[in-house]
Design a protein around this ligand. Sequence first.
Ligand code: TYD
Length: 222
Amino acid sequence: MARWGFFITFEGVEGSGKSTLATSLAHSLESLGFQVVLTREPGGTPVGEEIRTVLLRRGQEMEGWTEAFLFFAARYQHVRRVILPALQNSRIVISDRFSDSTFAYQGFGRGVPLRLLQRLNKLATLGIQPNLTFLIDLPPSEGLRRKNQGEITRFEDEKLRFHERIREGYLKLAHRAKKRFRVLDGTQPLDTLQQEILETTLRRLREKGKYRGPIPPYHLNP
Ligand code: TYD
């Protein structure tokens, strides 16, 4: 059997820039010869994308548990159809959001008990956890301001206090799993963040015996 791959997730509040950072990490790793699967949550599969539409549509109230079950349903499909097969095939999987989003948003944000979310999440993920998680930390007011240009979702309609609880929640989660998390200051320039993310990833891959080359300086991909 092929060797188990490596699983990286990006987390953060709205507008933290994690989608851009996930994409540039995928490009950098590909240019170093790695086979990468870049994906996102909610989504990543046709069923997941349909669930995403329901979850993000503005103007409909939803209970915290309803949200959680929908995210778990999308996640199960994503893990079974995309993440697990890719990891079994030695791929590097990069997901823009994963389990920590549920703990931060439905747990800390909506007040759904964390212990129960963690138990259900274990079923939804088949116990698969990221090897490395980048938390792009940013004051929510700054993130929401940045996002105002883009598509507005049901979550962005929430009050600032909701987003502050999420930020604090993420920092608590990171504190509890220091080895897995790398917390980065999202107000830094993009190229500084890109460089730090690439270096950290290559160092971790090296520790796992998956990379033997030097740690190259980051250069923008065309
Ligand atoms: P999206 O537009 O992808 O936001 P972003 O670009 O910030 O990732 O919308 C995803 C939204 O879903 C985002 O507001 C976070 C929320 N979410 C949860 O509340 N729980 C979850 O488990 C996941 C995966 C996302």
